[in-house]
Design a binder for this molecule. Sequence first.
Ligand code: SF4
Ligand code: SF4
Length: 198
Amino acid sequence: MVARPKQIKINHEFIKELTKLPECEHLKNCYQCGTCAAFCPSFKYSKVYNPRRIVQEVLVGLKDEIIKDTNLWFCGLCHACTEQCPQGVELSEILSHIRNLASKIGNIPAHLVGEVKNLLETGQVVPPSSAINRRREKLGLPEVPEAPADEIRALAESTGIKDMVMRNEEMEKEKERQIAEEAKARMEKLEKEKKEEA
Ligand code: SF4
Ligand code: SF4
């Protein structure tokens, strides 16, 4: 029997859910011209990220594939695709929404989680280190002023971002636990096979 390729799950509800959002009003008008990719700075430098292909996958209903795709985070949200699309597709806004969905399942780069944690702790995404302050002093620049951390924390928490970070950390721990368990099971299997051969 000929082996069949892996089946892809088509989510027919995905496009219906998206087109209810104001930013997705023109999504179905995409005719795959590729203008978004031609103007995309991320696509220029990294061909693994292609905004035209993302729209195509959205239209086909590949929700699981899209929100698990780590390449989503290559988008710099510069909005060039939205400005240039001849069909009025607000792709950068759609990508923001998709990345929110991705972050809910733990698909969010570790460096961004670290930056959000910094923001919640200090009110700054990149808190100035003593090395930064020394360099600033050499250049005759004043120290970076402290941020109103409490206010920024309150704002950030009201968006649900703190819960998202905590959920993400739990998911990462679970992934690590699973990897460790799989490695242990493999080692045990190997040792058992060795004993049986001996
Ligand atoms: S530029 Fe607009 S119409 Fe063309 S592929 Fe991109 S989203 Fe679709
Ligand atoms: S918003 Fe993202 S997808 Fe659109 S052009 Fe900029 S980097 Fe590319």
